[in-house]
Design a protein around this ligand. Structure first.
Ligand SMILES: [Mn+2]
Length: 428
């Protein structure tokens, strides 16, 4: 029997028409190759509620259902498991309920052994549980005894040591990283998988197509590249023949591939296939703004690699200098790239320095003086409230004027006078 195996469809708004075309193209190939059933290893939707900023729930659902109906029209049944993207969280409904009314779609929502279309399938969706993947699968095996075997493991899971695409655009030059297990991850090992009595393995979650167990499959690979972090990934699905135990990769080209071009500012950028590719141009330096705009108008993502500027400069301050304000300021000015008018800066500081400030009673602007002398209202209220709470009974009548004076005294020594002995201790 020929089984189409797919993973990580990530139905979403921003490339919905292309994704729809990719899905419909997959049906054409299946029909042509005589595929009878499809297994999808999770992440059918990009978001549990289907909608995003580019498409409504209905628009995304329509594509999902169109695909299911196209399969049905050719008598092809589908088995799906939810991936982490199909959930919004533990215990929540998943996105695959969009297929509830599709008679040819079966969804395995728990780890189970299925007899389906003449195949024995071990279906293990992404699960939010305090048990780990290996324990869940071992329990299932125990129910069937040591001699039981399965045709297929269909699972959405992370595998230690497997290769993942980097999500960060800056790291495109090293597009793959090895997955390292963290506590609580829904994950397993190639070793564990290789000891399972299954003929073939079809996993979802890591989008980069790769064998995990030699000659028995692994991560199927996503239907398409989602972004520049997945540049270079194949786009499509596989067909596994359960009798011959052979696998064929089907590359589909209805979705554009991502391609990064490195360019020098001023250099003309050549694009080879503007139809089939989504381009990113990374300039080694600042590009001409007009040129960048022109590229952006053609749908190209433009980035500039600019030299990082050191913003922190450290230096050894000579001992004894701290506390000598003019000397410290001169020293600081000497370290700056741009010239600093030290004398002017010292004049400014002298204004702030207490001795040069006019006593408030002489200040011509009485309103300003009042404002300076008034403690913050919030502090006043908080303090009054605190005392009310402390008293535990009906609050005493509140004398605002007395309170202002009390707070003022407490905060700045003498109200209406901003100078005093404390000035020496002003923080620099
Ligand atoms: Mn995914």
């Amino acid at each position: 029997m020929k089984i189409a195996l797919m993973a990580d469809l990530h139905l979403r708004g921003c490339d919905l028409p292309q994704t729809r075309a990719q899905l419909m193209a997959s049906v054409d190939v299946m029909v042509e190759r005589g595929v009878q059933v499809v297994g999808v290893a999770g992440d059918i939707a990009h978001r549990m509620n289907l909608y995003d900023t580019s498409a409504s729930t209905g628009a995304v659902a329509r594509v999902a259902l169109e695909w299911a109906r196209a399969l049905q029209a050719h008598g092809i049944e589908a088995l799906m498991i939810p991936g982490n993207h199909d959930y919004s969280g533990p215990g929540r409904a998943d996105a695959l309920h969009v297929f509830d009314a599709c008679p040819n779609v079966r969804v395995a929502r728990r780890a189970e052994s299925l007899a389906w279309n003449g195949l024995r399938i071990l279906a293990v969706p992404w699960l939010y549980t305090d048990r780990d993947f290996n324990a869940v699968v071992s329990d299932l095996r125990a129910q069937f005894g040591d001699n039981y075997t399965w045709h297929l493991l269909l699972a959405h899971v992370q595998v230690f040591g497997a290769l993942q695409n980097r999500r960060h655009a800056m790291e495109f030059e090293q597009p793959l990283q090895t997955y390292v297990c963290r506590p609580g991850d829904w994950s397993t090992s190639a070793d564990f998988l290789s000891n399972l009595p299954v003929m073939h393995i079809a996993l979802g979650d890591f989008h980069f197509r790769q064998d995990v167990v030699e000659d028995r499959g692994g991560f199927v690979g996503a239907l398409r590249q989602l972004d520049f972090g997945e540049e270079g990934n194949p786009q499509g699905f596989e067909i596994w023949d359960s009798e011959a135990d052979t696998t064929e990769w089907i590359e589909l080209d209805e979705c554009p591939v991502h391609r990064t071009i490195i360019a020098k500012p001023g250099e003309p950028v050549q694009m080879l296939d503007p139809e089939g590719c989504r381009y990113r141009v990374r300039y080694d330096g600042m590009p001409d703004p007009l040129e960048a705009r022109e590229l952006e108008a053609r749908g190209v993502q433009v980035e500039a690699i600019v030299e990082k500027r050191e913003r922190v400069k450290r230096c050894e301050v000579p001992s004894g200098m701290v506390g000598d304000l003019p000397a410290t300021l001169r020293f600081w000015a000497g370290q700056q790239t741009d010239e600093v008018d030290v004398d002017r800066a010292l004049d400014a500081l002298r204004l702030i320095d207490s001795d040069d400030v006019e006593p408030v009673e002489d200040c011509p602007d009485q309103q300003f003086a009042d404002a300076m002398a008034r403690p913050p209202d919030v502090a006043l209220e908080v303090d009054a409230l605190a005392r009310m709470e402390q008293s535990g009974s009906a609050p005493a009548p509140f004398d605002l004027v007395a309170e202002v004076n009390r707070m003022g005294n407490a905060m700045i020594g003498q109200p209406a006078q901003a100078t005093g002995a404390d000035d020496e201790a002003l923080p620099f």
